[in-house]
Design a protein around this ligand. Structure first.
Ligand code: BTN
Length: 242
């Protein structure tokens, strides 16, 4: 492990590993010991990367895997993972990556492929945000997933610290806005970036068309009978492709 500097990141120390089980697991241990807000753990490879709902996050060398600690003043709601996704997309777009979309609540897609994921975890009022981006082809996937993995190979032309620093810089700004103003100020922009907008989906046993996000980031479905349903959690399956 070594301590490194990231361009644009001055909130806390950054610990870099060649290989680790999971950057979020390690940061959890550090958080329990009382490290400052803004501490970052970043690794070139993870041997037990974790995704949402107990899924695996395959983390071969070459991808970007990092976690950052925040000490929120106010409660953080599940909608924050959308804000994180928006910050990741802004950072990547500034380096010419196009066609990125956010699949509610925490997936980053390009075209029809998932290229990144976000895992927000609360630990006694502290928040650990884990971000994983595929930069190389992913052969193994967790078969519980209902997507094909893609990658952002063109980011290999940059120094990884530049991309991680850019993402964290965007995230830092959006985190402070979110703490002040909540999800509302992000809603419209994020809705436009939504992979699911105007598409027919199924969430658990409910099917309908996605018409947008609610004030707290919940997914709003229009049901076949014309009524609306708010979805607060679950895994969304697209009922159409393309
Ligand atoms: C998902 O798609 O379900 C979320 C994936 C989150 C993966 C990142 S990689 C860095 C951090 N460490 C982990 O073990 N998971 C997150």
């Amino acid at each position: 492990m070594e301590k490194v500097e990231l361009p644009g990141w001055n909130l806390g120390p950054v610990y870099f590993f060649d290989k680790i089980d999971s950057t979020s697991n390690y940061l959890k241990k550090l958080a329990a010991k009382g490290v400052p807000a803004g501490t970052v753990v970043w690794s070139r490879e993870q041997t037990s990367g974790r995704g949402r709902r107990g899924k695996k996050w395959f983390s071969p060398p070459g991808g970007l895997y990092f976690s950052v600690l925040f000490h929120p003043q106010k409660g953080i709601e599940p909608s924050f993972s959308l804000v994180v996704g928006g910050a990741v997309i802004k950072a990547l777009e500034s380096r010419g990556v196009s066609d990125l979309k956010l699949k509610w609540p925490n997936d980053i897609f390009r075209g029809t492929k998932k290229v990144g994921g976000i895992l927000c975890e609360n630990l006694s009022g502290k928040l650990i945000v884990g971000i994983g981006l595929n930069l190389t082809p992913i052969k193994n996937i967790d078969f519980a997933e209902n997507f094909s993995p893609g990658n952002l190979a063109e980011l290999q032309q940059y120094r990884p610290e530049e991309i991680v620093g850019l993402i964290l810089g965007e995230l830092k700004e959006d985190y402070f806005i979110y703490q002040e103003q909540g999800f509302c100020s992000f809603r419209e922009k994020l809705q436009k970036n939504s992979y699911l907008l105007n598409r027919r989906v199924r969430v658990d046993n409910c099917s309908g068309e996605v018409v947008g996000y609610g004030e707290k980031g919940q997914l709003i479905l229009k049901l076949p009978g014309g009524s609306f349903k708010e979805i607060w959690q679950g895994t969304v399956v697209l009922l159409e492709e393309g």
